[in-house]
Design a protein around this ligand. Structure first.
Ligand SMILES: Nc1ncnc2c1ncn2[C@@H]1O[C@H](COP(=O)(O)OP(=O)(O)OP(=O)(O)O)[C@@H](O)[C@H]1O
Length: 373
């Protein structure tokens, strides 16, 4: 998929009186037409504006939209919003309040371009886990249920692309955790690309296959989630959230220690046992603050994961007392370099003390690995 937009908002269009900054969106984004692409950025960076451009709800000065093989906008054509095959899910569910959940779904079925597919309907209701609430009015649904019905409604339009604008923002932490597995099921069971706006790193870690970082209307990084989070010179301050997101498979359980081993390529990481069976695909997040560096591995240590690594890059953090160090992990067996990276965040003083330089061979000590999927 390819999106390119240039849009300018003058000062007098600002919705907030007294806010005298203009806003310009200048974005050129190419992402695969599958999986979840998370548009990540601070408040006001232009995430919603970008989605609205894709949906045809904004009139940019320049716009190009290609979704799979369909051109929705270029120099010659600009399909109106209702002709773009999208499903749109907003922060607050936009269900019709006077209609039951089921009637809301039926409304989408009538509006869909493609013929009604009863099997798909039943499947979607199961995927979203809403069979038991279909007769209720939206006011009698929980926030999470309302959003699940809204997502189901968007999917019943049989869109080519699903746009989700912070769909969990109005839910509390517990409800968010309830709904995330449903989003994962959409991802794994339905073959539909999703553009997902978020400013929450935990959602990115859990859902994103690709990420686009927006800052003040500009794209400052884009690409595969593992690749982008292993970069240490991002102009965006991720603070305590800096760290990598890795994908691996469960290869061993150590029940006596309640631990399991996850293989990421040829790298093995031990973490708390989640009970997932062998060969399950999992995602793990290794935060930079949980990775320290040692020059040798002679001394005994409480650290579970100590992996030989090469220093591949060093950058001063946004907090200038700290540095970020990119480490390429090597396998224990043959010491050959693997393409798995982690990031370590240590004080500038420690880096100076260890005299760290690019190319140094060190030990990455990973104190904690979190399972996110
Ligand atoms: N309807 C509008 N008219 C004029 N300016 C707008 C309008 N909506 C948003 N803006 C401005 O455009 C800029 C980008 O806003 P946008 O809503 O796209 O950001 P965002 O990244 O989605 O923010 P948030 O995370 O807070 O929702 C901001 O400066 C905002 O004030």
């Amino acid at each position: 998929m390819h999106f390119r937009f240039r849009l300018e908002r003058s000062q007098n269009q600002k919705p907030v009186p007294g806010d005298d900054r203009g806003f310009a969106l200048d974005a050129d984004i190419t992402v695969p037409g599958r999986g979840v692409t998370v548009i990540f950025g601070a408040s006001g960076s232009g995430k919603t504006t970008l989605l609205r451009c894709v949906a045809g709800l904004e009139q940019p000065k320049f716009g190009y939209v290609r979704v799979l093989e369909h051109i929705w906008q270029d120099d010659n054509v600009s399909l109106p919003a209702h002709k773009r095959a999208i499903g749109y899910v907003f922060q607050e569910s936009s269900l019709f309040p006077f209609m039951s959940a089921k009637a809301n779904l039926n409304y989408a079925i009538k509006r869909a371009d493609a013929p009604f597919n009863p099997e798909q309907y039943e499947h979607l209701i199961d995927v979203m886990g809403i069979r038991g609430v279909l007769d209720r009015l939206p006011a009698r649904l929980s926030g999470g249920e309302r959003q699940r019905v809204a997502i189901c409604r968007a999917l019943l339009l049989q869109p080519k692309l699903l746009l989700m604008d912070e769909p969990l923002a109005s839910l509390d932490t517990a409800r968010k955790q309830d709904i995330l597995p449903y989003l994962e099921r959409i991802k794994s069971e339905l073959n539909i690309p999703i553009l997902y706006v978020s400013h929450a790193l935990d959602e990115v870690a859990r859902l994103a296959d690709h990420v686009v970082f927006l800052d003040n209307g500009s794209v400052i990084a884009q690409g595969d989630v593992t690749d982008v989070f292993s970069r240490i010179k991002l102009p965006m301050n991720l603070g305590e959230g800096a760290g990598v997101i890795l994908q691996g498979i469960v290869i061993e359980h150590a029940p006596e220690w309640e631990l399991m081993c996850v293989a990421i390529g040829s790298i093995k990481l031990w973490l708390k046992d989640s009970g997932d069976p062998l060969q399950t695909k999992v995602r793990v997040r290794v935060l930079a603050r949980d990775v320290s560096i040692a020059m040798g591995c002679e001394t005994k240590s409480s650290i579970l994961n100590r992996i030989p690594a090469e220093v591949t890059d060093i950058a001063v953090d946004h907090d200038s007392s700290m540095v970020l160090i990119q480490l390429r992990l090597t396998t224990r067996d043959d010491q050959s370099f693997d393409s798995t990276y982690v990031v370590s965040r240590v004080t500038r003083r420690s880096a100076h003390h260890l005299d760290l330089k690019k190319g140094d061979c060190v030990w990455a000590q990973v104190k904690s690995v979190a399972l996110v999927h």
